[in-house]
Design a protein around this ligand. Structure first.
Ligand SMILES: Nc1ncnc2c1ncn2[C@@H]1O[C@H](COP(=O)(O)OP(=O)(O)OP(=O)(O)O)[C@@H](O)[C@H]1O
Length: 579
């Protein structure tokens, strides 16, 4: 149990101060509560001694008033500090995870890790936010207050104090067994919750495929199983806890009644006067309140502990070594020297050596799955090569910080991701400091200004709102506008493979020319037109560079490039004759 407290305390970080304050205020709250006993004592004393005067009544009323006002105030501040601590504990961790994700190799982000991260950032940290400060305040605050009150009882009347000590001790025994029992169940519950999020995420992401294959009526067995598993673990947790909470309650009620009986017994034996006896009868209802709260805290302690453990998993996720420095490359020449690369254990790139000169255009072609995208991803350090070296301007890319490396390049992919935000902000993503005028200028150069202006809210149109969406070509032009705004010296471009209508193609071509003026361009190319004008063509087959040169040189060689050209020519003539 102490280990979990330590973990929560460590996790609280900068919020420890608020939790500590909340525990102190919670203790003050209990003292205000006990003032009511003082008021009750005065009332009983006055009635028993037959001297209830107006002055005593005013004292009693004042005491009650102070107690109520104090309790309200203390409760308010304690809750405020708990909410603040919970919110910032979770928010700090979410920010930490967000920052860490930028340094994790892309290979980490598969379906299962995405589900796990989503689960951690939503349900797991949501649990921490709601339970961690509450658990600390209820449990620690409850125990500290109980110890103080018990000592007070012992000083007041050791016999009543002893009954309190035994009651608290037995309650702690029951609570400790409950906490031990929930040790295995709580992590299972957390795991089931995470699997549920993961499966839901996969289902939502794959909804398009499900619909297109008309599989909506089929049972989604994985989701059903995850829901059932989550229900079962939650129920198991409840089933496990409930007998203990009943035992806790029974223990405390027995000792409350025992305290009442003892007070009466001592009175009839003549060892306690009537005033004290009546007061202890009243106290017997209140004395165990704080330890009862502590018990509730312990019931959720394990859940909170395993949430924190799960959230801390992200601390151990390996990041790319970031020993680089913030610096500008001397030139934007890119080179691969004997680069090998594998995804997990499957080798993809084999001894790749290439050179891309500053401010030239290099087209990469090759069969599907040959490794074209992988080459581009390695330049951007989405992954690190297994062996060999990649340099920009003669400096190993690992010697740059990820930030300074990414400042050197813009990437335009086929699958453009647009955020649920305005078109203006989606373009501004390329340069967060850009003014509206600069955004519009970039959009004009990327040939998207006209279609943006035809939208009802123009640049303020929110993507994804009210069913609003963009075509593939429009999305790619927005992504080019982003890249134009970023104005990085290296452009990595994945040409669209899907058929683009002639009007869109003309727009894309114009946008591409604007983007690539005076830049070092690496382009995964699919069209003959683009490849022909490249300064250099790299032909990739099964992870190796098998041909290298310009169009005029390669067309003379037998090989993939010649086949690529004749296939494109054939398709073009087929299209023309068909038309
Ligand atoms: N994240 C990944 N994890 C594991 N394997 C991957 C991953 N990405 C790609 N691969 C595999 O690596 C190989 C090369 O993929 P890559 O995307 O580089 O090929 P490509 O030439 O760009 O293909 P295409 O023209 O179809 O886009 C493929 O066999 C692919 O299945």
């Amino acid at each position: 149990m102490i280990k979990i407290f330590r973990e929560i305390w460590r996790f609280a970080g900068a919020e420890q101060k608020n939790i500590r304050n909340s525990i102190i205020v919670n203790f003050i709250n209990a003292i205000f509560h006990m003032l009511q006993i003082g008021a009750i004592f005065l009332t009983i004393q006055a009635i028993v001694e037959g001297g209830l005067q107006a002055r005593t009544i005013w004292y009693i009323l004042l005491l009650m008033l102070i107690s109520i006002a104090g309790k309200i105030g203390a409760n308010y501040f304690s809750q405020l500090q708990q909410t603040h601590a919970g919110y910032f504990m979770a928010a700090d961790k979410r920010i930490y995870i967000g920052n860490k994700m930028k340094l994790i190799p892309m290979g980490f982000f598969n379906q299962s890790s995405l589900g796990n991260i989503t689960g951690i950032c939503t349900t797991v940290l949501g649990d921490v936010e709601m339970t961690a400060p509450m658990v600390m305040v209820l449990t620690l605050g409850g125990f500290i207050t109980t110890v103080v009150f018990t000592v007070y009882m012992l000083v007041f009347d050791w016999r009543m104090g002893l009954i309190t000590v035994i009651g608290v001790f037995l309650f702690c025994l029951v609570t400790s067994s409950m906490e031990k029992k929930s040790r295995n169940t709580a992590p299972k519950r957390q795991k089931a919750q995470a699997e549920l999020v993961e499966n839901m995420l996969e289902t939502i992401q794959g909804m398009g495929v499900v619909k297109s294959f008309n599989l909506t009526k089929l049972d989604n067995k994985k989701v059903d199983r995850a829901i059932e598993n989550s229900r079962a673990t939650n129920l198991a947790m409840e089933k496990l806890i409930t007998p203990y909470t009943i035992m806790q309650e029974v223990t405390l009620r027995i000792f409350s009644v025992g305290m009442m009986a003892a007070a009466l017994l001592f009175y009839f034996q003549g060892t306690m006067d009537l005033t004290y006896s009546l007061m202890f009868i009243v106290v017997s209802f209140i004395i165990f309140e704080q330890i009862e709260s502590a018990g509730h805290g312990v019931a959720i302690l394990r859940v909170c502990g395993s949430s924190i453990e799960q959230a801390n998993q992200m601390n151990d996720t390996p990041v790319m070594d970031e020993n680089g420095r913030n610096k500008e490359p001397k030139s934007h020449e890119i080179a691969f020297e004997h680069v090998d690369f594998s995804y997990e254990k499957r080798q993809i790139l084999k001894d790749v050596t290439l050179q891309i000169k500053d401010r030239t255009m290099t087209a990469i072609i090759g069969p599907s799955g040959s490794g074209k995208t992988t080459i581009c991803n390695l330049i951007a350090r989405f992954w690190d090569a297994d062996s060999g070296k990649i340099t920009i301007g003669g400096t190993d890319i690992r010697e740059y910080t990820l930030e300074s490396l990414m400042n050197q390049m813009s990437m335009v992919f086929q699958n453009v991701y647009l955020f649920h935000d305005t078109i203006e902000n989606n373009i501004r993503f390329g340069n967060p400091k850009a003014t509206r005028q600069e955004v519009i200028e970039a959009a004009k150069k990327a040939s998207c200004h006209e279609f943006i202006m035809s939208l009802p809210k123009a640049y303020d149109t929110v993507i994804g709102e009210k069913g609003f969406s963009l075509s593939g070509g429009e999305k790619q032009r927005i992504s080019i506008a982003r890249a134009i705004l970023k104005n990085a010296p290296i452009i990595i471009f994945d040409e669209a493979t899907a058929n683009v209508d002639p009007e869109n193609e003309a727009h894309l071509q114009k946008a591409f020319e604007e983007l690539t003026k005076d830049k070092t361009i690496i382009m995964i190319a699919h069209r003959l037109k683009t490849v022909r004008h490249a300064d250099q063509i790299l032909v990739v087959e099964d992870g190796r560079i098998v041909q290298q040169g310009n169009h005029e040189e390669l067309i003379l060689q037998e090989g993939i490039y010649k086949r690529f050209v004749s296939e494109r020519k054939e398709a073009a003539s087929w299209n023309v004759s068909k038309g």
